[in-house]
Design a protein around this ligand. Structure first.
Ligand SMILES: [Zn+2]
Length: 392
C-alpha cells in the first residue's frame, strides 16, 4: 500500500489534545500523512517531514475529520414499515411491538436478500462518512435465524452484537421466561461464535431487569461483552444493570434517574445517544447536557433500523444533537467519532493521531461546525478507509 500526503487542510480534527487545540485536537492549516493503512503523521503543514509520501492530495483548504464510528445499528432485516411510520406521524404512539412485523419478514427472507440489505445500508453509511459500523441481530429470534443474522452481519463488520433479547417473539408470548432460557441457553451457544457483544432491550414491552441481568451475565460468562438498550421508552433498571455488569455502553438513555447519571459519570460505561429515534418517534430527547456536565462519556449513533430510526446518516444525528440536545458542535463531532470508538472499546479508530487507522473524511466545508450549521446538506466530499480512497 502506498503513502499519501493530504495537504492544505484548512482545519483538521485529530481528537488528540496533544496534537492541537481543545478536545478535538484542532490543527489549522494542517496536513496528514497516510502509510500502510495508518496515519503516519499529523500536524501543521509547515512541519510536514521531507519526502513523507509518494502521492499528494490537495484538500483545498477544506476540513478533515476522523471517519464516523456508528456504534449502534440494526441492519439485518427484511420488509418495510412505512405504514407504521406514517400512522405514528398521524398520532399513534410507538410501542416496541412493531419489531415483530420485521421479525416475520426477516424469517421469510433468503440469505441473499438479507445480505443485500446489509450491504446497501453499510454502503449508504459509508457515503455519509461512517467508516465503522456496529451491527446487531434481533429480527430472527429463533436459534437458526439469530445465528444466521450474526453470520451475515460478520461478513460486513467486526462489531457484531447478539441481540436475541430484542423482543419476546409471538410464539413465546405466553411464557416469556422460557424465551429468556432459550436466549441464554441454546441460542447463545449458536450465536456466541459470531459475536463480540451481547445486548438486551431492557424496557417496557421487551425485557425486565431480572431477565436482562440473567441474559447479560450468561453472555459475559461466554466471553461476550454487554451493551444495553436502556431507558428508551420509560425509566427502568437498564443503566444500573449496564454499569453493574461493566457494559461497554448504555444506549438511548432517554429516561435517566439521578443515580443513573451518577453511575454513568463515575463508571466506564459510555452513554450512547440515538437522537434519530427520538426524532422519528416524536419523543423527548435525552438530557445530554446533564450527562456531559456530570462527566459521562457520550457517544452519538444513528440506531439505523426499519422501525424507529431509519437513517444511517451521522451528520444528521450531529445536527440533531446540536440543535435539540444542546451539545456544542465540537462535542457532537467528538461523540460521533471518538465517543463511538469508546463505546466499542476501540483505540485504533475515532482519532487521527499517528498509528490510528487511516479512516478519514474530507468535508466540503471549511470546518467541522458546518456539519450542524448546514443540516441536510451532503458535505462528505471524500472518504478514506484503511488508507484507501473509498468515496470520491
Ligand atoms: Zn437499537
Amino acid at each position: 500500500m502506498g503513502s499519501v500526503l493530504i495537504d492544505n487542510i484548512g482545519s483538521l480534527v485529530t481528537n488528540d489534545p496533544a496534537l492541537g487545540e481543545g478536545a478535538l485536537g484542532l490543527v489549522a492549516d494542517a496536513a496528514l500523512v497516510l502509510a500502510d493503512g495508518r496515519v503516519a503523521w499529523a500536524g501543521p503543514r509547515s512541519k510536514v517531514p521531507e519526502g513523507a509520501a509518494r502521492d499528494r492530495f490537495d484538500a483545498g483548504g477544506r476540513a478533515v475529520i476522523p471517519g464516523f464510528v456508528d456504534s449502534h445499528a440494526h441492519l439485518v432485516f427484511a420488509g418495510d414499515r412505512t405504514a407504521e411510520f406514517e400512522a405514528r406521524m398521524s398520532g399513534r404512539p410507538y410501542t416496541a411491538g412493531g419489531i415483530r412485523t420485521t421479525v416475520a419478514a426477516t424469517r421469510e427472507a433468503t440469505d441473499d436478500a438479507l445480505r443485500a440489505n446489509v450491504r446497501r445500508l453499510v454502503a449508504e453509511a459509508l457515503r455519509s462518512g461512517t467508516t465503522t459500523i456496529e451491527c446487531k441481530s434481533g429480527y430472527g429470534l429463533t436459534v437458526g435465524d439469530e445465528a444466521r443474522s450474526l453470520r451475515l452481519a460478520a461478513e460486513h463488520t467486526d462489531e457484531v452484537t447478539y441481540l436475541g433479547a430484542h423482543v419476546v417473539p409471538p410464539e413465546y408470548a405466553g411464557d416469556p421466561d422460557a424465551y429468556v432460557d432459550l436466549v441464554r441457553g441454546p441460542m447463545l451457544d449458536a450465536c456466541a461464535p459470531y459475536a463480540k457483544w451481547i445486548d438486551v432491550f431492557c424496557d417496557r414491552g421487551a425485557f425486565d431487569g431480572d431477565q436482562t441481568r440473567a441474559i447479560l451475565a450468561e453472555g459475559k460468562r461466554r466471553g461476550l461483552v454487554p451493551r444495553v438498550h436502556a431507558g428508551q421508552l420509560q425509566p427502568g433498571p437498564g443503566v444500573a444493570i449496564a454499569v453493574e455488569l461493566g457494559a461497554a455502553s448504555a444506549d438511548h438513555v432517554t429516561h435517566l434517574s439521578d443515580s443513573d447519571v451518577e453511575a454513568l459519570a463515575s463508571g466506564d460505561t459510555v452513554a450512547t445517544l440515538l437522537p434519530g429515534a427520538e426524532f422519528s418517534t416524536r419523543s423527548t430527547y435525552p438530557d445530554a447536557r446533564r450527562l456531559i456536565d456530570a462527566g459521562a462519556t457520550v457517544a452519538l449513533a444513528a440506531d439505523c433500523n426499519p422501525g424507529s430510526s431509519y437513517t444511517t446518516n451521522i451528520p444528521f444525528c450531529v445536527a440533531l444533537a446540536v440543535r435539540d440536545m444542546n451539545l456544542t458542535p465540537a462535542e457532537a463531532v467528538w461523540a460521533a467519532t471518538l465517543g463511538g470508538a469508546r463505546a466499542l472499546r476501540r483505540t485504533d479508530i475515532g482519532h487521527l493521531a499517528p498509528g490510528a487507522r487511516a479512516d478519514i473524511v474530507l468535508l466540503n466545508a471549511p470546518s467541522h461546525v458546518h456539519l450542524s450549521y448546514r443540516p441536510g446538506v451532503p458535505l462528505i466530499a471524500r472518504v478514506w478507509k484503511n488508507g484507501e480512497l473509498v468515496v470520491t
